[in-house]
Design a protein around this ligand. Structure first.
Ligand SMILES: Cc1cc2nc3c(=O)[nH]c(=O)nc-3n(C[C@H](O)[C@H](O)[C@H](O)COP(=O)(O)O)c2cc1C
Length: 164
């Protein structure tokens, strides 16, 4: 069974982690796009509110067929101590029955564990099993540093042992 990485990213930090994972693990990768404009400081409050309230949003692709995958990575930025609405929306549209899931979140400084815990609950409700997770603090880091830290995490967490 193959591995896939699903992620949402607003300012490309989670994207850097996801793409590095895909390279390191030779996994398929799909970026989930949020059709709501989340850019700019003016959207910060509305975006935080949507995350806190777990409001759904319109995403592309609207669902992902996971039937050929045994292991699914899901990545999100932390917003107001919660997962992004795009990832909350995606999870409710996918069938995770029998899937192993590894969750990751990027963040400035706090709310990461709460975010992972909420995602774990939702994955389990949809039949999946979280087998591992990790957080990455991105504040003040360059994309190069995020790339290097991701490669280090792959090694330290032995993520390649899950490859089939
Ligand atoms: C609307 C909004 C809310 C955020 N809330 C948090 C938060 O609660 N805790 C935190 O540590 N970082 C928070 N951040 C920072 C992001 O989680 C962090 O910069 C993340 O790495 C961005 O990922 P991205 O570039 O993939 O979008 C927030 C950022 C935004 C835009």
């Amino acid at each position: 069974m193959k591995t896939i990485i699903l992620y949402y990213s607003r300012s490309k930090k989670t994207s850097e982690v996801a793409e590095t994972l895909a390279d390191e693990l030779s996994a398929d990768i799909i970026e989930i796009k949020d059709l709501k404009d989340r850019k700019g400081p003016l959207n910060y409050i509305a975006t935080s509110f949507d995350a806190m309230a777990e409001n759904k949003t319109n995403i592309i692709p609207s669902t992902v067929d996971l039937s050929e995958y045994g292991l699914v990575y899901i990545g999100t930025p932390v917003w107001a101590g919660k997962p992004s609405p795009a990832i909350i929306t995606l999870i409710d549209k996918c069938n995770f029955h029998g899937k192993d899931v590894i969750l990751f979140a990027t963040l400035g400084r706090s709310g990461g564990s709460k975010t992972i815990e909420r995602l774990r609950e939702k994955i389990e409700l949809r039949g999946g099993r979280m087998i591992n997770s990790f957080l990455m603090k991105t504040a003040g880091k360059t994309m190069y540093e995020i790339n290097e830290e991701t490669k280090k995490t792959v090694g330290e967490m032995d993520l390649k042992i899950y490859e089939s």
